[in-house]
Ligand binder design. Structure first.
Ligand code: ADP
Length: 189
């Protein structure tokens, strides 16, 4: 493919990004690059990165920009990302990461940044029900706080570059998946 699809997906923790990304991979044949999954697998493997990241993740804090940019840079350099395109999930989470991404990929390389919008009360309930290691009351509150503080400005950053598409994510999985695909197809048209 000469012009593979390159997307960034946003959404509060618990908005269903993981589920929707799985569908995007199937529909568009892109690589799924989830920084949260990459970090969790480093933790599971007990690598140096995993040992460092574990406490940060459990507290709901953000792993340092330099570390994250390094991980993503390496991942984007792998053949599948270049050949099939990708959906980036969990990165960029700070404006410094967004600036770095543009340096890595070049200014006009992304097709869209999509925000799957689900209200705070709903995502809080979903995270409590899911019970991942970092889904403690404090961890949840901290991540939602950092989302507003650090990641909201990244959404504004993409909006200012005419790349942001917000879709209503507070609906059944299938309905949200259709909305997402429609938004992407419109951007690609
Ligand atoms: P959630 O969206 O529920 O926070 P993720 O799987 O995206 O879940 O991320 C889990 C944790 O991994 C985050 O709370 C954070 O500690 C770390 N993390 C993931 N991506 C990044 C990133 N781009 N920058 C900094 N930390 C990150």
């Amino acid at each position: 493919m000469s012009n593979p699809i390159r997307l960034v997906i946003f959404g509060r923790q618990g908005a269903g990004k993981g589920t929707q990304c799985a569908r995007l991979i199937e529909r568009y044949g892109v690589a799924h690059i989830s920084t949260g999954d990459m970090l969790r697998s480093a933790v599971a493997d007990g690598t140096e990165l995993g040992l460092k990241a574990k406490a940060i993740m459990d507290a709901g804090d953000l792993v340092g920009d330099d570390v994250m940019v390094g991980i993503v840079r390496e991942r984007l350099a792998q053949a599948d990302a270049a050949e099939k395109g990708f959906v980036l999930d969990g990165f960029p989470r700070t404006t410094a990461q967004a600036e770095a991404l543009v340096m890595i990929l070049g200014a006009d390389s992304l097709h869209a940044a999509i925000d799957v919008d689900v209200p705070v009360d709903e995502v809080t309930q979903r995270m409590k029900a899911r019970g991942r290691d970092d889904d403690t009351d404090e961890g949840i509150a901290r991540r939602l706080e950092l989302y507003e503080q650090e990641t909201r400005p990244v959404l504004d950053w993409f909006e200012a570059r005419d790349l942001l598409v917000t879709i209503d994510g507070f609906d059944a999985e299938d309905v949200v998946a259709e909305r997402l695909a429609a938004a992407i197809d419109q951007r690609l048209a």
